[in-house]
Design a binder for this molecule. Structure first.
Ligand code: 2PG
Ligand code: MG
Length: 424
């Protein structure tokens, strides 16, 4: 990470603000001479047990305004040193004393302050002089799981515009698919509203019906499923796992890991799926490894609750051949430095990564800057509605405009080479 190494912290403050679910969350503000940075902690609903623990917002504010503030005052704005000091100051393995929410807000606010002091946008500050590419978006069309009161078992039905030539074109195509999906649902009288991340909350009878409808919406919008626009799923399977079995409430089915494995392989055969996140529960290491052995050469298999942005968990997963990609959520691990360590470990392991928002979000757009500045390649922000989501897509558009022709080639086609003859 590029550092100014010069600016000294003059002030650190916290305030309570509101997130997209109308819940209080913490914002941190860090001041240096002539510049300041601020960031807001997001919140998940389907969380992994290995995540940094958030604490009560009043408590988090109190710690930022007292202990963290007195500790950081006068310190050099060096990200790694500050993050390591915050980890040591907290003193717990899961950041439960000072709060993962307090720590991530301060860590990100420091990065913003350092970039502002260097008079650079955060993405440029993080990238140094290296050329960067715009990330490929994964955008939710239907929402389920913990984000829609379990109405559907699968949490995210998303699209990846694998054939699009740029970030902005990906958004244009997604807008068309999102509208087409809404029109299909309205026609069938199957629309309940939108789920937590802005995706439609549909009244389907089975999870597979969502796949068929999404494939239909891609065609309705004038695209070829698989070649132009493909499907990505987040099963968020930890949420389905009870007593060693996977429970699909919508279909009143209880599956063993082997049965879920077969179900998912069938879906990959029948629908244009290019990525599946958390196909098995966070504890089900062997099932994840076995699924990766079978399907890892065909699709991207992403660990979210499974890795919780934790470098050590990623290395353990690599050792048994589980997954081939990792979701990066700064608040899942707690600091920017640990998030970057996980991304570096992923690169060394030959894994891909996707920077991701949480289901509880705000207007904070830091993650877009991380995806671009670190050259991560993919970005997941939720759906294509509601301003906490659109703020991030729109920030990407501004960065794309600034990059202009200096951008590295947009990586969608390279990452998701589509089958010559569509299987669907
Ligand atoms: C996920 C995220 C975002 P949450 O599971 O990937 O979709 O959800 O923030 O609730 O963990
Ligand atoms: Mg997930």
């Amino acid at each position: 990470m590029v550092q100014t190494g010069m600016a000294k912290i003059l002030d650190v403050r916290a305030r309570s603000v509101w997130d997209s679910r109308g819940r209080a969350t913490v914002e941190a503000e860090v001041a240096v001479k002539g510049a300041r940075g601020r960031a807001i902690a997001p919140a998940g609903a389907s969380t992994g047990s290995g995540e940094a623990k958030s604490i009560d917002v009043r408590q988090a504010m109190h710690f930022i305004n007292t202990e963290i503030r007195s500790f950081l005052m006068g310190k050099k704005l060096d990200q790694e040193t500050i993050d390591n000091a915050l980890i040591a100051l907290d003193g717990t393995p899961d950041k439960s004393r000072l709060g993962g929410n307090a720590i991530v807000a301060v860590s990100l606010a420091c990065a913003h302050a350092a970039a502002a002091a260097a008079k650079k946008p955060l993405w440029r500050f993080l990238a140094g002089n290296k050329p960067v590419a715009m990330p490929v978006p994964q955008i939710q069309i239907f929402g389920g799981g913990a984000h829609a009161q379990g109405r559907m078992d699968v949490q995210d039905f998303m699209v990846i515009c694998v054939g699009a030539g740029s970030f902005s074109e990906s958004l244009e195509w997604t807008a068309a698919v999102y509208r087409a999906a809404g029109a299909r649902l309205a026609k069938r009288n199957a629309l309940y509203g939108v789920a937590d991340e802005g995706g439609y909350w549909p009244a389907f009878k089975t999870n597979e019906e969502a796949l068929a409808e999404l494939t239909g919406a891609i065609s309705d919008a004038g695209f070829e499923p698989g070649a132009d626009v493909a499907i990505a799923l987040d099963i968020a399977a930890t949420q389905l796992w009870r007593g060693g079995r996977y429970h699909l409430a919508l279909e009143k089915k209880t599956l063993t890991a082997a049965q879920l494995h077969s179900l998912l392989l069938g879906w990959i055969d029948r629908y244009p799926i290019v990525s599946i996140e958390d196909p098995f529960a966070e504890h089900d290491m062997e099932a994840m490894a076995s699924f990766t052995r079978t399907a890892g050469h065909r699709i991207q298999i992403v660990g979210d609750d499974f890795f919780v942005t934790n470098e050590k968990r990623l290395l353990d997963g690599k050792a048994i051949g589980a997954c081939n990609a990792v979701l990066l959520k700064p608040n899942q691990v707690g600091t920017l430095t640990e998030t970057l360590a996980c991304w570096r470990a992923a690169q060394a392991a030959g894994y891909r990564a996707i920077v991701s928002a949480r289901s509880g979000e705000t207007e904070d757009v830091s993650i877009v800057h991380l995806a671009v500045g670190w050259g991560v390649g993919q970005l997941k922000v939720g759906s294509f509605a509601r301003s906490e989501r659109m703020a991030k897509w729109n920030e990407g558009l501004r960065i794309e405009e600034l990059l202009g022709r200096t951008a590295l080639p947009y990586p969608a086609r390279r990452l998701f080479k589509t089958a010559q003859a569509p299987r669907w």
